[in-house]
Design a protein around this ligand. Sequence first.
Ligand SMILES: NC(=O)c1ccc[n+]([C@@H]2O[C@H](COP(=O)([O-])OP(=O)(O)OC[C@H]3O[C@@H](n4cnc5c(N)ncnc54)[C@H](O)[C@@H]3O)[C@@H](O)[C@H]2O)c1
Ligand SMILES: [Zn+2]
Length: 405
Amino acid sequence: MKRFTLPRDLYHGENALEALKTFTGKRAVICVGGGSMKRFGFLDKAIAYLNEAGMEVKVIDGIEPDPSVDTVMKGAAVMQQFQPDWIVAIGGGSPIDAAKAMWIKYEYPNVTFEDMCKVFGLPKLRTKAKFCAVSSTSGTATEVTAFSIITDYQKGIKFPIADFEITPDVAIVDPALAQTMPKKLVAHTGMDAMTHAIEAYVSTANCDYTDPLAIFAINMIQRDLVKSYNGDVEARNSMHNAQCLAGMAFSNALLGIVHSMAHKTGAVFADFGAHIIHGAANAMYLPKVIAFNAKDPVAKKRYGVIADYMKLGGNNDEEKVALLISELRKMNDDLNIPHCIKHYGADSFPCEQGFVPENVFLERLPEIAKNAIGDACTGSNPRIPTQHEMEELLKCCYYDTEVDF
Ligand SMILES: NC(=O)c1ccc[n+]([C@@H]2O[C@H](COP(=O)([O-])OP(=O)(O)OC[C@H]3O[C@@H](n4cnc5c(N)ncnc54)[C@H](O)[C@@H]3O)[C@@H](O)[C@H]2O)c1
Ligand SMILES: [Zn+2]
């Protein structure tokens, strides 16, 4: 038996944020990030709508990008005091993911972070509160997914929490929120969404219910991401939906090793002054992983189907895979994303010498590879790499060399 789970309600299109007015309850917390939602007036609107619904509102703000275990525990303590019956998270993947983890801890105060990370092992939620997610970036689709990514900064790695219990009750996909994204965020989150759709399509857990969502999302992203990056308002609106469709696909079909590698490289060089931003990491690793996975005959065929839907041409699957890889690399060029870690600058833009020194990369490589293999996303990848293969693959991602194994 397989399960396909999505939020009970999804409000989308112009003024979708107004759906908050229809919620019933006494108290709501709103979880937000560093200030963009306040700056652009969306936080005040959300507070007003919830007040209009008769709810007392408390704001948990300042949730940092790539939220930490500490932030989760602090937020849960605030919830414990305030006893909300709605948790409304507004922003990008970071505040929404943090709020999901806070929700678990609020419902079960004795749960540890380690307990939360047991894949599909969460107790029943919704004994105290329901959860609504309002996305402001067009990438993670966490508003519809069963995932939350929390960073353990002591270990320098990201841990996915995965369980349909944390699939939100309500998702709000209001395109107005996406219009204020700076270009760089559009690029990174958009390639994150492309990676979600492609990984979901070739995942070993793909099915008839996830395939159409993934394929349609891939087409929309191919059509609209670069336009959205270059300021086209309609394309930006469309990308907000496309990333959500990709999310519906991967929440149910799971992901693959592009994500395993991104999770385990994101924060591991933080002592050199930067993170490899999630979407940028995916954008760099995706072409390499496609070349690696295409050695599996089923995956190769599926990449061929993707290339066909993208109308890339090619006479056989070999050629189609190569064309898919070039198309994705071209998108990276158009979006000013580097092709490899070696050329990934501290500001995320391509540069001659990136912020991760070669010797440090090589020194940490065995540990990173081991952690990537152990990541929750590895299990559904079409090919399970050995330690040696993962190290080689990561080297290709560092130097931008050909994957021929
Ligand atoms: N839960 C999932 O299924 C899932 C999937 C993929 C990634 N993730 C995780 O999500 C996090 C990344 O999330 P993200 O890429 O959405 O970015 P983010 O939430 O980390 O936000 C990045 C920055 O953009 C700003 N911002 C957000 N929306 C904005 C807007 N509309 N206008 C202007 N500024 C805005 C934020 O204030 C922040 O400074 C990572 O931790 C990643 O691992 C989760
Ligand atoms: Zn992602």
